[in-house]
Structure formats: structure tokens, C-alpha cells
Design a protein around this ligand. Structure first.
Ligand SMILES: [Zn+2]
Length: 284
């Protein structure tokens, strides 16, 4: 095999190299994002840059166990269309597109798929795609997660953030701006950063890195004038590096989990049912 420098990116392999990597049973890591407004100060590609950076750094930390797929740049964001630049994909088409990518990988023999999603409103749809892929073949393991949401990450954010909670870390906020500053500081126009946090007027409806218990979304422009929900003015590259390192650790640990995980194919209890596909002798 060639050096990992040239082999961690799936799209840069030749087809015989892809066939060779299938034998390692690696985790296919797929960044997923969307293009949408991120305030006056951040590029519209913020979710894509963050998702791809997390995924690539984690794959580089686990070169034997994983492969980086090209980023799925466009996602589900119809509620951001009041802001110039946003591109949205119909929710069902988006799920089907993700499933088609996964089915193609499965066709070539890959069995482990991890979606690294950088856009909050993609969450239920990426989760649905992962679930559908596991129904596609019983020996497939597909998963997704919301980054910086493990108990350790939540504790770290609570301890190191400067913005108000809840509200300071929802969108184009202290967190996303800090991450972008840690990745591409030259693209962030900090002099245009604002603090904009809606009056929640509720104990159950609010947005932060993890939202309040009652989910009410609607048009994004109904919540914010700038597109920001949070406090971008307190973002720093230093905090961004700390949070980025933690998020990469999270992704790498999810790769470890998927790489080690045994499929749970289940068994069809109907009389005369065929043994489960893709399992040794059709048993668990
Ligand atoms: Zn974002």
C-alpha cells in the first residue's frame, strides 16, 4: 500500500487501491454539511469547512481504520432561504442521496459508515439515512452524531465558554466562529461579528449548542436579523483550537467504536425465512 498521505482520501485512490482498502474493512467517514448564512462575518461554507476538518483530522489520526469520503456540501436548509447564498435540498432527496452514497459503498464491499455532520437541521435526516443503510444489509453498521455533545465535550464547553447560556452558542456563534478562526482565520471578518440572542420568553424553547426540550424552528429570519444566534464577538482562535481538538478526539473515538463493533444482524423469526445476509452461516 502507498503511504497514508495519499490513501486517506477515498476519491484520490485508484480503483485497484479501493479494492485493496475494502479488505481492511475501514470506516468510511463522510462529512455532511450545507451552505447557508453565518452572519456578516463568516463564509456560507462554515458547516462544510468544520465538518470536513473534523473528519479529515480524525481520519489522519486513524489511517488504518478509516477512509475520508468527499464532503456532501449541500444539505437541508429551507428555513434559511431568506438569506442570500443558502442552498437547500429537498429533505427526502437529501436522505435518498446519502443512502445512495452508502449503498454504493456497500456494493463495493464496505460495511462501516460514519457520517460527520456539521449542520444542525441535517441531524434527523442524516440519522434516517444511517438507519436505512443498516436495513439495507444486516451486516452494515452506519452511524451519525452531533459533534461536541458527549458529556466530556459539554463539560468542556460549559467550563470554557464566555457567552450566555442558553443562546450564546447556537449558530454563527461563539463556537462556530472560534472553530473557523482556528481553521482559516484569514476568511473570518471579525470586525463584522455581532452578538444576537433572541428573547426566548420560555423555559422550554431556546437554542444553544444543544437546544431546549421543545423544538420550534420555523423561518430563521423570524429569530434573527443578522443570521447569527449567539455571541460571535467573544470568539477566539485559542478557544477554537481547544474545541477543535476535542471534536477531533470525539470523531476518532467514534471511528474506533465503529471499527471494533460487531454487527447485530438479528434473525427473521418467520417460518422458512432465509438466514440473515452477510453473516457467517446466517447466525449471529
Ligand atoms: Zn453552522
Amino acid at each position: 500500500m502507498a503511504s497514508t498521505e495519499h490513501t486517506h482520501r477515498y476519491a484520490e485512490l485508484t480503483w485497484p487501491e479501493v479494492a485493496e482498502r475494502v479488505a481492511d474493512d475501514p470506516v468510511c467517514v463522510i462529512p455532511v454539511a450545507t451552505l447557508e448564512d453565518h452572519g456578516y462575518h463568516l463564509p456560507i461554507d462554515t458547516d462544510a469547512v468544520i465538518a470536513e476538518t473534523l473528519a479529515e483530522r480524525a481520519v489522519l489520526a486513524r489511517p488504518e481504520q478509516s477512509l475520508l469520503l468527499p464532503t456532501v456540501t449541500h444539505g437541508y436548509t429551507p428555513h434559511h432561504m431568506d438569506f442570500p447564498g443558502s442552498i437547500t435540498i429537498d429533505w427526502k432527496r437529501f436522505v435518498e442521496y446519502l443512502v445512495d452514497i452508502g449503498k454504493s459503498l456497500i456494493h463495493h464491499g464496505f460495511r462501516r459508515i460514519l457520517f460527520v455532520n456539521g449542520h444542525g437541521s441535517n441531524v434527523p435526516l442524516v440519522d434516517m439515512a444511517a438507519r436505512l443503510l443498516m436495513l439495507e444489509r444486516r451486516d452494515v453498521i452506519a452511524a451519525t452524531f452531533w459533534y461536541l455533545s458527549t458529556p466530556e465535550s459539554e463539560e468542556l464547553l460549559a467550563r470554557t465558554r464566555d457567552s450566555d447560556q442558553p443562546g450564546g452558542m447556537a449558530h454563527a456563534c461563539e463556537l462556530e466562529t472560534s472553530l473557523y478562526l482556528a481553521i482559516h482565520p484569514e476568511r473570518v471578518q471579525m470586525e463584522k461579528a455581532v452578538r444576537e440572542i433572541p428573547e426566548w420568553d420560555s423555559d422550554t424553547v431556546w437554542m444553544d449548542w444543544n437546544d431546549g426540550p421543545l423544538s420550534i424552528k420555523g423561518q430563521w429570519s423570524g429569530w434573527t436579523e443578522s443570521g447569527v444566534i449567539g455571541d460571535a464577538t467573544v470568539a477566539t482562535a485559542e478557544k477554537g483550537r481547544i474545541w477543535l481538538d476535542q471534536a477531533v478526539l470525539e470523531v476518532a473515538s467514534h471511528i474506533d467504536e465503529l471499527a471494533a463493533r460487531r454487527p447485530r444482524p438479528g434473525r427473521d423469526h418467520h417460518q422458512g425465512a432465509e438466514p440473515a445476509l452477510g453473516t457467517r452461516e446466517g447466525t449471529q
